[in-house]
Each structure stands twice: as C-alpha cells, then as structure tokens.
Design a protein around this ligand. Structure first.
Ligand code: SGN
Ligand code: CA
Length: 559
C-alpha cells in the first residue's frame, strides 16, 4: 500500500498495509515477565494538531454527539479527563516547545512559528532516554527541519506543516514521499515501532504527532462523506460584529471571508466540473495520485454540484460554508480517532495496557465557527482550551474528572514524575500526578497565564497576554492595537461583551491586573508592555492587514 523509499525502509522497516480498521496493526508482543510494580510505566503521548475540545465527545459537547470520538473517549473512560486544560500560547511551534521543555514561550525562546527551535535544549524525551527508556517520535515536528539532535531514539517526521496525502517524510536518512494518508501512515509507523522493539523489558516513550485536523482539513477518502448529511448547530455568534473588541475585529480567520473556497472549503467552479475554486496552495491536491483524486472528486461532486446550482445569497452561502468546514474538519478527526483505537487495541493485545500511560492532547484548541472563525491564537476559550485525557490503569481511577486548571507546561514534569526522575529547576509547570490521584497540592495554581506573540503573521491576530482566574478573564492586546478586554464567563461564556470599562467590575479588573503582574513576575516574562504601562492613543484606530504571509517565516509552503 505504501511506496517507501529504500532509505526509509531501512530505518522503519516495512509498514503495515491497510489503515481503515481499528484492529491491531501488528502481531502482539510476548507478555511481559515483570509485574507492573517492578517496571516504570511506558508512555504513549498522542498529540493532534488544532483539535478543539468541543470536537471530542468525551467533553460532552453537541458536536461530539454528532461526530463522536469513541476511541479518544476510551482514554477518558479508562482514566482522567481534564475539564480545564489550557495552553500557554495557542500556536503550533510554541506549544510543542512548551510541551517538550515544560517552559513558557519566552523561556524556551520559540515564541512564533517560523523560528528555529534549538534541538539541543533540554527536553523530557531525551531525559527519559538517558534514564533507560526506548524513545521514538512519528509525525509532525514543526520546530525546525527535523528532531536531529533532540535525543529521540528513533524518528520519522512530516516535512514542515505536513501534507495529508502522500506526505514528504524526513528520517535520519533523508526525505521521501510516502504514499498514503498522513494519519494512517503515522499510525502504521508507530505500531511498527512498538511491535519491533527489541528489548521489551525496557520501558518506552512513544510520541505520535498527527497533522490532522489542521488546515487544509482534508479527510481520508473513507471519511469524505461521513458528515455530508449532518446538520451541525451554527454557533450563536457566527455572525459576530466584534463590537468593543478591536483585535477580534481585525483578524483574518473568518470562515465566510478568509477561508479559501477551493483550498479550504473544496468548492468547485461550476456544475459538472471538479476544478477547485481559489486554491491558494495547489500542492495539497496536486500531490494526490490520480486514483486518490478521482475518489475525492467523486465523493464531493454531488454536494458541490448542488451548491453550484443553488442561488444562495450571502448569508446562506456563509451558513453553507460553515457546514462544509465542519464536515471536512470532523472528517479528519475521524481518522485520528481510528488511530487512537488502533493504538489502544495494540496495547490490549500486547499485554502492555496496564503498564502504559496514554495521553491524548492537541497543540491547542480551535474555533469551529465561534465568532465566525477557524484557526486559533486568541486567548478566547475555544483556542485557549486544549483537549487532555490520560489513562494509566490501576493508577488513575477510571472516569476521573479533573477540575483543577492545568496547562501544557505541566506535561514534561508529569512524565518525569511517573518515570521516577527529579523535576528539574528550569521547568515552570508541575506534575499532574497528585492532581489525577485526587490530591492536588494545596498551593495548586488558581490562575493561568497566557501570552501570544505572532504578529504580523497568518490570520493577523495581535499579540496579547492575559490571565484567566476562575470565571474571569483579563487580556491585554499590544502593538498597533493596544487594548484591554475583560470578561465574566459566568454571565458571558461566549466572550461577546468586553466589560473592561464597566464601572461595576473595576474592583475585579484591579484584582486581575494584580494577578497578571504577579504571574508575569513569577514566570519571568518581561515581553510586551508592563501591566501598568498606559495604552497609547494612536493605536486605537489600527486596522487589520490582509494575510501577512510574508511575515510567516521562510519555507512556509515552499513545496
Ligand atoms: C498554516 C495555515 C494557517 C495556520 C498556520 C499555523 N495555513 O500557515 O491557517 O494558522 O499554519 O498553524 S495553511 O493553509 O497552509 O495550512 S500551526 O498549527 O502551525 O500553528
Ligand atoms: Ca496547531
């Protein structure tokens, strides 16, 4: 099924054929001899890219009900679901660097995409490797060209953002195209590695990093029609006017205005034609085989023809685009869920289940039409939140729900803790182990700190920092749009009413400013204006600028 370059085959071995099933991909290993108590736990860290909490059925959402994720839910059922799981900077590269190092963006230095991560920096995977773990990473890296020098035992990564179909895969032996669907390829490589581990007495740490459901949201052929008939509920603020929120007004991530009709929404030119409308980066489709493309076109033709035949007005078209976006996005999630199922089935069949910690998370959340948006970046709830479920049978009680606020700086210390290693000084997060054990330390954080930097950049979201403290949130945008926002999530969960200037909440605003100052001092973040620095008047009228590709970093879409 997969065409593999010779160099690649040498490193990884033959990939298993057939990807669609949830059956174990490979022959189970012999049962372990040692008991769980005698061994340190294996770790399987599964991370997808841009997966909204709202698109996971374990989170009890309406979208989850319409597009369930039964396998991700298995992890939650077997172990813990984190109800308040947040990122520190809602963007791919910074998040990944944070998860590896346990540090906020300004400490590890990778604040925006397009920068180069210093692979020689300390990371938890290398640390576990040094202490006797077998380690591997398959899928998206996106911190620089490859993980070379990061101390990961074996790896094969998607080039840059990664492609859904026939992706370029980089290994220590070079780069080559692997035919197939990215989510399935990454899963096959992971299961092959698990099956072929030579010393099954050594614990392992395996990182499975999917490209999906990242833009341009291309499902596997088998999932192209899965949600075509589903009517997804349109968010009440899909047609948001952004009153009182100048940075929200200036973004360029609106589904009906900024998503490309061909590249993102897969709309065609006219009835009977399969030619895509505006396809900004044609390579995502051009790289498909003829067979793949024919199957793709056939699956969407009727739906596209119907749209082209209908004479929709602007509002109707915007609503149609929302449905198409959801169908495509959730179609890619379906393959990720299949993948999680295959991994869990493998664990069960191999006898490793009880001695393995399995984590499912994403590099951040994502907008599914809230405020009219796709993408992430803002400190509003949908992109600040990230899914987090974790199982460790016999250690984390099944069905645990964690309310304590956690952040992705906590992952590295958690893995060190479970592996019996000391938590190093540089780490700014804390182990989640006592938290899932139901005994969070008395001084567990109440407030979370956030800082987004990438502007100018894709989608024109202004730099901002902020604090979330229980039901309240305070954010400061800075740069050409210099503005504060304050929300009471208990009365305004959709963050539509910026109450920063409301006299009734000035006590709370002062309190949160104090908290923000404290967090910036605690985490040693001096980037951006001081909390006490006054707003500059000149910035108030700043307008968004269209699509700041130029600033998004060299090598982006260079294929
Ligand atoms: C690409 C996407 C953007 C996305 C960034 C960052 N465009 O540039 O929509 O915001 O990645 O995503 S795409 O059409 O080329 O996919 S991130 O996950 O790397 O942070
Ligand atoms: Ca991402």
């Amino acid at each position: 099924m997969h065409r593999i370059a010779a160099a690649f085959a040498l490193t990884i071995g033959t990939l298993t054929a057939g990807c669609a099933s949830t059956a174990p991909g490979s022959t189970p290993q012999a049962q372990r001899v040692a008991s769980a108590e005698e061994r340190r736990p294996n770790i399987i860290f599964i991370m997808s890219d841009d997966h909204a909490q709202t698109a996971i059925s374990a989170y009890g959402t309406e979208i989850g009900r319409l597009a369930p994720t039964p396998n991700i839910d298995r992890i939650a059922r077997n172990g813990a679901l984190f109800e308040n799981s947040y990122v520190t900077n809602s963007l791919c590269g910074p998040s990944r660097a944070t998860m590896l190092t346990g540090q906020f963006s300004h400490m590890h230095g990778f604040t925006q995409n397009g920068q180069r991560f210093d692979n020689s920096m300390w990371n938890w995977v290398r640390e576990l490797g040094n202490s006797g773990y077998q380690t591997a990473l398959f899928g998206k890296w996106h911190l620089n060209y490859s993980p070379e020098g990061a101390g990961i035992g074996e790896w094969a990564v998607l080039d840059d953002q990664g492609k859904y179909y026939n992706p370029d895969i980089i290994t220590p032996n070079g780069k080559s195209v692997v035919e197939g669907y990215a989510t399935d390829i990454v899963t096959d490589m992971s299961l092959d590695w698990l099956s072929e581990r030579t010393d099954s007495e050594q614990p392992f740490a395996l990182l499975i990093h999917h490209k999906a459901p990242h833009r341009n949201f291309m499902p596997a052929i088998r999932h192209l029609q899965t949600y075509l008939q589903t009517d997804f509920p349109v968010p009440t603020n899909y047609f948001d006017h952004y009153d009182g929120r100048p940075a929200a007004a200036a973004q360029e991530m609106n589904i009906y205005r900024d998503a490309y009709e061909g590249h993102d929404l897969k709309m065609t030119e006219e009835v009977g034609s399969s030619e895509l409308r505006f396809d900004r980066w044609p390579n995502d489709f051009a790289r498909m085989t003829e067979e793949q493309r024919a199957a793709w076109d056939a699956a969407l033709q009727a739906d596209n023809d119907a749209l082209n035949a209908a004479n929709l007005d602007e509002r109707e078209l915007a609503l149609w685009k929302y449905q198409r976006y959801m169908e495509q996005y959730l179609g890619t999630v379906a393959a990720v869920d299949d993948s999680v199922g295959r991994v869990l089935d493998w664990l069960k069949a191999s006898g490793e289940m009880d001695n393995t910690i399995v984590v499912y998370t994403s590099d951040q959340g994502f907008y599914l039409g809230e405020h009219g948006w796709f993408d992430k970046r803002f400190m509003y709830e949908q992109s600040l939140r990230t899914p987090l479920v974790m199982q460790y049978p016999g250690h984390i009680p099944a069905g645990t729900r964690v309310e304590a606020p956690v952040q992705n700086v906590d992952y590295a210390p958690t893995f060190l803790d479970y592996a019996g290693l000391p938590i190093r000084q540089s780490i700014q997060g804390r182990s989640l182990r006592p938290v899932v054990d139901g005994e969070p330390p008395a001084d567990w954080r109440e407030d979370i700190y956030y800082h987004y930097y990438e502007y100018p950049g894709f989608h024109s979201v202004r730099a901002h920092y902020g604090v979330k403290s229980g039901r309240y949130k305070l954010m400061r945008f800075y740069g050409d749009i210099d503005a504060w926002e304050f929300y009471d999530l208990a009365t305004d969960p959709d963050e539509m009413h910026n109450r920063f200037d409301d006299p009734a909440v000035q006590g709370k605003v002062r309190e949160l400013k104090q908290a923000l100052k404290g967090l910036r001092a605690k985490y040693q973040d001096n980037d951006g204006p001081a909390v006490t620095a006054p707003l500059s008047l000149a910035s108030a009228q700043a307008k968004g600028r269209r699509d700041a590709d130029a600033a998004a970093g060299a090598g982006h879409h260079a294929h």
